[in-house]
Design a binder for this molecule. Structure first.
Ligand SMILES: [Zn+2]
Length: 270
């Protein structure tokens, strides 16, 4: 799950190579919540024989075949697969992908690891010269991480920041206070970054501006929720009615979840 349409790029997105070290295989699971589909990222140093795969995505034969073909074309084998978080649109195929590749699947949540260890803030992976650094960015979910690839200034953000729309804080596992802290961490990282590679939607240049817009959007929304509550809204449903005018029915449950996160944040004195 992921986003509500507000911010980001409206450019069509089909995946493909990005820069010299990243390639996106787009999963065929588009929806109002997953935008164009889940982005499965392949990261490798130019000329390397081994790669990192980020988020193998839904358990879909065509997608896993496309992923395997993309690796075969580049003569790459998988050294390790990482999950940005455990939501099904990112993790569902992880066990099967592990069986197909013999490579460990590493994740924050022990329930999503297959033959691999955990990952945590500050961990650095080096796969045939490709360095990738893990940053804990909880908020969308409790187990969300982002990944920095310094060689090309990439930040892979999973569902913490999307290529379009805003992310859903998947309350109660997700937490708005944690999410705002994570955006601040990403904002600092973004100063040295060139491009943001999200879990859904197009790659975005100028990560610092993208993240600043996210923070601003969150602050503005919180003010709207605060005002709605001051005018008598008591439940997340009432907040959604007051704050989100004319949202598509398909994303209403996500809006309610985000509203719950905002109400909980404000109730805790945020
Ligand atoms: Zn997602």
């Amino acid at each position: 799950m992921s986003g509500l349409p507000v911010l980001g790029s409206s450019a069509p997105w089909h995946g493909g190579a990005y820069g010299d070290r990243a390639m996106c295989v787009l999963a065929p699971n588009p929806s109002p919540m997953t935008l164009d589909g889940t982005n499965t990222w392949i990261l490798a140093e130019p000329g390397a024989r081994r790669c990192i795969v980020v988020d193998p995505g839904p358990d879909d034969d065509a997608h896993l075949d496309a992923l395997r073909d993309a690796l075969a074309e580049r003569d790459l084998s998988v050294a390790v697969t990482l999950l940005t978080h455990g939501h099904l649109d990112h993790s569902e195929s992880a066990r099967r992908w592990h069986d197909m590749t013999d490579a460990p699947v590493r994740a924050v949540d022990p329930g999503h690891r297959y033959g691999g260890e955990g990952i945590g803030d500050g961990d650095v992976l080096d796969v045939d010269g490709l360095e990738a650094r893990i940053i804990a960015t909880p908020g969308h979910s409790g187990d969300s991480v982002s990944l920095v690839v310094p060689a090309e200034g990439f930040i892979l953000t999973g569902d913490t920041v999307l290529g379009r729309g805003t992310t859903v804080v998947a309350w109660p596992d997700g937490d708005l206070g944690a999410y705002l802290d994570s955006l601040e961490i990403l904002r600092i990282q973004a100063e040295a970054a060139q491009v943001l590679l999200p879990g859904h939607g197009p790659a975005l240049v100028d990560p610092a501006t993208v993240i600043a817009d996210y923070v601003e959007h969150r602050r503005a929304r919180l003010e709207q929720v605060r005002a709605a509550m001051a005018s008598g809204a008591r439940t997340a449903e009432q907040v959604v009615d007051a704050v989100y005018d004319d949202i598509p029915e398909a994303v209403r449950p996500a809006a309610v979840m985000s509203a719950q996160a905002q109400v909980a944040y404000l109730a805790a004195g945020g």
